[in-house]
Design a protein around this ligand. Structure first.
Ligand code: GTP
Ligand code: MG
Length: 205
């Protein structure tokens, strides 16, 4: 989609972490949230988007991100906040802890007036699970634009990629973006999509 130079990041910094909605700072910039099942690669993808290796903590252990974490990102053209949401669907958490995440994620999506887009990340090898569909349905009740990303495309043989992405596009009715937090594939495409969804126009697009 986006041609030419890779998106330049002038600054990316942690702003706040919260385990309750009330702990979040008031919205200051347009926000883009990153959501998906536990361990799908949300934090790795954010690091890739902001071109920082370790701004966001990642882990081989599922369920690493338990809080809502906000990062302020400045490009040459815009400043916006990236929001790393806790992963859902991790069975080994206690029931009470799992039950507390739905309201936290849904509450964020519902009551954050600056929220423009939600990037729903799925593993390209696994596709959409029931809870991903539920999340997409929920996003449809909010003003935010859903963007579906199939990540870890580096794990898929090139020959299979096109058909898997087409299948996901069919399943969701949305134009699914293939990405890899590991290799950076799809990064510029996702930047273009989230700026468009946020109504933050790129001057050089
Ligand atoms: P939680 O915060 O626990 O919900 O996980 P997360 O969705 O933030 O996943 P995270 O970014 O921590 O990555 C989980 C694991 O997947 C780590 O071992 C990453 O190195 C690996 N991983 C993430 N993205 C990719 C990718 O695009 N390709 C490959 N091969 N591995 C990836
Ligand atoms: Mg994480």
């Amino acid at each position: 989609m986006r041609q030419g130079k890779p998106m330049d990041i002038l600054d990316a910094a942690f702003v706040a972490g919260a385990t309750k909605l009330g702990q979040l700072p008031a919205p200051a910039f347009a926000e883009v949230a990153f959501a998906g099942r536990s361990n799908v690669g949300k934090s790795t993808l954010i690091n890739r988007m902001v071109a920082r290796k370790r701004l966001v903590r990642t882990s081989g252990r599922p369920g690493c991100t338990r809080a809502i974490n906000v990062f302020r990102v400045t490009t040459r053209e815009v400043t916006l906040d990236f929001v790393d949401l806790p992963g859902y669907g991790y069975a080994r958490r206690s029931k009470a802890e799992r039950a507390s995440w739905g309201p936290l994620i849904e509450g964020f999506l519902q009551y954050r007036p600056g929220l423009r887009a939600v990037v729903v990340i799925v593993d390209v090898r696994r596709g959409l699970q029931e809870d991903d569909y539920q999340l997409l349905e929920f996003i449809n009740t909010t003003p935010a634009t859903p963007i579906v990303v199939a990540t870890k495309v580096d794990k898929l043989p090139k020959s299979k990629m096109k058909s898997e992405l087409m299948k996901l596009t069919r399943d969701t009715g949305l134009d699914v973006c293939g990405c890899s937090g590991e290799t950076g594939a799809g990064r510029e495409d996702l930047w273009a999509r989230l700026l468009k969804a946020s109504s933050l126009v790129q001057r050089d697009a």
